[in-house]
Write a protein that binds this ligand. Sequence first.
Ligand code: ASP
Length: 281
Amino acid sequence: MPTAIVVHGGCGRVEENSLAERRAGVRQAAERGWEILRAGGSALDAAEAAVVVLEDLPLFNAGRGSALTRDGRIEMDAAIMDGATRRAGAVACVSRVANPIRLARRVMEASPHVMLCAAGAEEFAAQQGIPACDWRDLVVAERRSQWEREHGTVGAVALDAGGGLAAATSTGGTSGKLPGRIGDTPIIGAGTYADRATAVSCTGTGESILRMTLARLAALWRERLGDAQAAAERALAELAAEVGGEAGLILVDRDGRLAIAHNTPHMPVCAIHAGGIEVRS
Ligand code: ASP
C-alpha cells in the first residue's frame, strides 16, 4: 500500500524573506508525520503530529503565532477527521489551549460531539487533562505588527499503510477578525474533510471557503474526475468563479495521488511519499 503525507503552511501573503524558513517548517512537520507512517502509525496520528509541529512554530498562523482579533486577542479554530470512520472533531474560538488540534482530537474521541467552542471547549480541555495556557503566551511580537496583512493556516493530509486517510487543519484565523468569528477551518467539509477515498485540508479566505464547502467539493471532483490534481484545480476554479477569494488546498487520495493547488503567490508545502520528498513555497 502506498503511504503519503502532505503538509501546508497557509496561502496567505507573507514576507518573501520568510519563505525559506516556512519551507523548513513544513518540511519538519511532514518529516514528523512521515516517521509515524513509516513506523506503521495511522494517518490520523501522522496528520495530528504534523500539525502540532506547525502550531508550535511561531512563524505560522496557528497555535503559538496565531493572528490577532480586532481587539488584539487570540481565538483559534481546528479540526481533524478520520476518513475510514468519518469520525471528526473540531474546536472553535479557543484561546487557552496551545495545541488546538490535540483538543479537536479529544473532542472526536472522548466526547459525543463533533464540535465544541469557546469556554465550553476549554472546560472540556481541562476535563481531558490538557493544560490551560494564557493566550498572551501564544502572541508573537512580530505578529502584532502584521495585523493588517497576514492570514494563513496550517494543515496536513495523510494516507497510511492500511489505506486510512486523515485530514487535520489548525488556524488563528484571519488578522483583525471580529471576536467570535469562526472560519472554514473547523467546519467539516469546508476547511477539513476526509472519507475513505480522499483527504483534504484548505487555507484561504474562510468566508469564501465556507460558502463553497471547498474540501468536500474537491473530494467530490476527485471522485468524478478520477484525477487528484484536476479535482483540486477544478474546486478552486469554482470558488473563484462563484464567490471569489484567495484559497489553497492539499489533497491525498486512497491510491496515494497528491494534489497541491492555490490561487495566491505562495503556499509552503512539503509532500513525502515512497518516491521522495518535495518542498515548495
Ligand atoms: N482559512 C482560515 C480562516 O479563514 C485562514 C487562512 O487560511 O488564511 O480562518
